[in-house]
Design a protein around this ligand. Structure first.
Ligand code: NAP
Length: 295
């Protein structure tokens, strides 16, 4: 049977380390890191994600504030709020939960966040630093995945990693992080997308396969090299009448087919999801530490 890469367990262990560092910083500065989340409208999934982030802050000893705005808020008003938070020294990290209502341009809003406070790591300055191999704030999900690989002692140096999906929040930054020259990089990376021909030809060469498609159970055993490490980022709600809530979360990997041949695999849920929150907590801690160092 494969090794189960439990994001849930890794995040618990990271939480303890973060909490210990927060206690030290509090003794030194009298303050703890403060994360602000902006939530526009009342989308159910967004409320759940922001709630989970708030709970994580509480667990590690951060302060957190959720700033809620009506779905009708204008882009201008929202930008003013972001500006206000950017220049208020009591805040260290700021995230704007996506998606935003259609009349608001997500690109404009993302770039209004000060790059030092951009703890989701989506700002062009942070993406640019990542592309140059000198990361600033790392995008939370790919960063969380590298923390998980490190925790389990999964070597990336010299390995062939195939990343499925080239989104700006997962696939593309994942390919950059794993190919940089750090101790969690140095891999040879192939980035595949919807125009890739003969997908199996690439995925079957992967020592580590990272899948971020949003296509439930797309990756079957035919796409995986026996003995590979399989990281499933996908989280799609699929109908499930046997559950009280009527749906279940499904990954992009067919777990029943792939787990018998993989060396290690992440479950969904409980795999990459908790690591995204760990990435966010680490980024917020580092934003605070930078501020303390520069004070
Ligand atoms: P996205 O922006 O929709 O990107 C999907 C990518 O998959 C695109 O690059 C697309 O290629 C590629 N693709 C689609 N069909 C393909 C095919 N048949 N063969 C090869 N490539 C194909 O998605 P995302 O934001 O990266 O999210 C992906 C999944 O991860 C979603 O289920 C999302 O909910 C989940 N997610 C989970 C977490 C977490 O914390 N667990 C965090 C973020 C995202 P093109 O570019 O050519 O269209």
């Amino acid at each position: 049977m494969p090794q189960i890469l439990s994001g849930k367990e890794v995040s618990l262990s990271l939480n303890e380390k973060i909490a210990a560092r927060v206690a030290e910083l509090k003794a030194q500065t009298g303050r703890v890191p403060h994360l602000v989340a902006i939530l526009v409208g009342n989308d159910g999934a967004s409320q759940t994600y922001v709630g989970a982030k708030e709970k994580a802050c509480e667990t590690v000893g951060f302060d957190s504030s959720i700033m809620r705005f009506d779905a009708g808020i204008s882009q201008e008003e929202l930008l003013k709020e972001i500006d206000r938070i950017n220049s208020d020294d009591q805040y260290d990290g700021l995230i704007v939960q996506l998606p935003l209502p259609k009349h608001i341009d997500e690109e404009v809003v993302t770039h209004a966040i000060h790059p030092d406070m951009d703890v989701d790591g989506f700002h062009d300055i942070n993406m640019g630093k990542l592309a140059k191999g000198n990361p600033g704030v790392k995008p939370a999900t790919p960063y969380g995945i590298t923390l998980m690989l490190k925790h389990y002692g999964i070597e990336t140096s010299g390995k062939h990693v195939v990343v499925l999906g080239r989104s700006n929040i997962v696939g593309r930054p994942m390919s950059l992080l794993l190919s940089d020259s750090s101790d969690t990089g140095n891999a040879t990376v192939t980035l595949c997308h919807s125009r890739t021909r003969n997908l199996a030809e690439y995925t079957r060469q992967a020592d580590i396969l990272v899948v971020a498609l949003g296509k439930p159970e797309f990756v079957g055993a035919d796409l995986v090299k026996p003995g590979a490490v399989v990281i499933d980022v996908g989280t799609t709600r699929v109908d499930d009448a046997s559950r009280e809530r009527g749906w279940r979360l499904t990954g992009d990997v067919n777990y029943a087919e792939v787990s018998p041949i993989a060396a290690a695999i992440t479950p969904v849920p409980g795999g990459v999801g908790p690591m995204t929150i760990s990435g966010l907590m680490m980024n917020t801690l580092q934003a605070f530490e930078r501020k303390v160092q520069n004070a």
